[in-house]
Ligand binder design. Structure first.
Ligand code: CTP
Ligand code: CA
Length: 217
């Protein structure tokens, strides 16, 4: 009879987690951001550390406390997040929970001033950190992405898994009060199919996912 000690299942594993939003500066005093609170990503980092993993948490700007035993690297922009992720490798697994800003702004050196016309923001697409990681020569054995969707959740998330080269995608419907809220309703999409998980607190989603990761590694 085997008894797994939950606090040791991920001993000697290095797991990279991204969390939070990014801030994309417009000028020295303004930025574009999103509603990510970092709660789900921080809960996942905490759950992995509780199972004995060495966790590197690359975090956008959030108010959350760093979980015990987690090494946190703070970044602001998507480009900084991409660099921090590359620097943190190698890792046995990566869980990309961050709500990465899809576009960066052509940043003004000085504060924009009001005038006769409103400024036009020039946007360019940010690097896809998850897709780059999945295609990298240092690819972790298990690459897990998240897909925040407001409609056709499974369809969009399934397409994302394939397009980005992730092993698993955790799909969540963010049309309600998920962003910033305490609960999450997710679907785990793997090569074996789709699992619908009941609505539960984000830290329970985190523990369930961490256990799945432990079994996969
Ligand atoms: N992601 C990333 N780098 C980006 C954009 C997204 O690493 N520049 C990651 C997220 O951390 C998440 C997954 O990709 O794990 C899906 O993010 P999402 O925003 O849902 O997908 P996008 O490809 O950006 O598509 P869209 O926002 O248009 O739905
Ligand atoms: Ca996006």
């Amino acid at each position: 009879q085997t008894r797994f000690r939950v606090d040791q299942m991920l001993a000697n594993r290095h797991i990279l987690v991204t969390a939070g939003p990014t801030h994309e500066p417009i000028d020295p005093v303004r930025y574009i951001a999103n509603r990510s609170s970092g709660k789900q990503g921080y809960a996942i980092a905490a759950a992995l550390a509780e199972m004995g993993a060495k966790v590197t948490l690359v975090s956008g700007p959030v108010l959350a406390q760093t979980p015990p035993g987690v090494t946190r690297i703070d970044v602001e922009t998507a480009q900084e997040m991409a660099n921090a992720v590359a620097t943190a490798l190698p890792a046995d697994a990566a869980v990309m929970v961050a709500a990465v800003g899809d576009w960066r702004v052509e940043t003004a050196d000085q504060k924009l001033k009001k005038g006769d016309t409103s400024p036009t923001l020039q946007l360019s697409e940010n690097p896809d950190i998850l897709a780059l990681l999945a295609a990298s020569p240092h690819r972790p054995k298990l690459v897990v992405g998240f897909a925040a969707e407001t409609e056709r959740v499974i369809e969009h998330a399934t397409a994302k898994r394939l397009r980005k080269g992730a092993d698993w995608i955790v799909a969540n419907d963010v049309s309600g009060d998920v962003m910033g809220g305490a609960d999450n309703t997710v679907h785990l999409i793997t090569p074996d199919g789709i699992e619908d998980w009941a609505r539960m607190p984000k830290d329970q989603v985190a523990r369930k996912l961490a256990e799945r990761i432990a079994h996969a590694l």
